[in-house]
Design a protein around this ligand. Structure first.
Ligand code: CA
Length: 223
């Protein structure tokens, strides 16, 4: 899951990004409204952490614009204490949740998990492909009765493929969703992680994750 943080208090933004990466998310930071809005429209994020009081385009305006252009993007607003009106306006403009500053990092990650869980429950709480099962909320993967130990990137790749069963997903799309902006798009990182993921799945390239030559990868839609 890839998260964008738009926050002009740069120390706070970097702390949040580091913490979220430790939790297994890909996290990018933008430090003003213009940069943030551009970033959110260029890249494909799953969740946006949005400060409201920003230089450039303010948070409420970003929220209003993105709600129309990116209806699936989850938006968590950060509001300042003592400005209750912002919260109401933000929720009216389509933000999915809010936190009042200062907040506890544990609370932020709990809210994020809840947002992803709620979002997933609309579609499917547990992702399945044959005897392979993935629980996005608890970040666990089971192959039959055996629990697999996957790295963050392996988990991210598998989760993304399993959320799009039957679709061919390109390496670029995997890079967009599983890696953050620090990733070098010219490396063979996706291939390397896919190779180790397949090893753990006991997959020779036909069983779970198929390679579609010249296009990308696909996980079978039927079991
Ligand atoms: Ca601010």
């Amino acid at each position: 899951m890839r998260i964008l943080i738009i926050e002009d208090e740069i120390d706070l933004a970097n702390l949040l990004a580091q913490g979220l990466r430790r939790e297994g998310y890909a996290a990018d930071v933008a430090s003003d409204g213009n940069e943030g809005y551009a970033c959110a429209t260029i890249n494909d994020y799953d969740l946006l952490i949005l400060d409201l009081n920003l230089p450039g385009i303010d948070g409420l305006e970003i929220c209003r614009r993105l709600r129309t252009s990116h209806p699936r993007l989850l938006i968590l607003m950060l509001t300042a204490r003592g400005r209750p009106g912002d919260k109401i306006t933000g929720l009216d403009l389509g933000a999915d949740d809010y936190l009042v500053k200062p907040f506890d990092f544990g609370e932020l990650t709990a809210r994020i998990r809840a947002l992803f869980r709620r979002d997933l429950q609309v579609r499917s709480p547990l992702l399945e492909c044959g005897d392979l099962k993935l629980d996005p909320a608890s970040k666990t993967v089971w192959l039959g009765k055996r629990r697999l130990q996957l790295t963050r990137k392996e988990f991210g790749i598998l989760e993304y493929l399993m959320r799009h069963p039957g679709e061919v997903i390109s390496q670029e799309e995997l890079l967009e969703h599983v890696w953050d902006a620090e990733a070098d798009p010219f490396t063979t990182t996706v291939k390397v992680h896919l190779y180790s993921l397949r090893q753990k799945l006991g997959d020779d390239g036909t069983r779970y994750i198929q390679t579609v030559i010249g296009q990308g990868y696909r996980i079978s839609s039927s079991s």
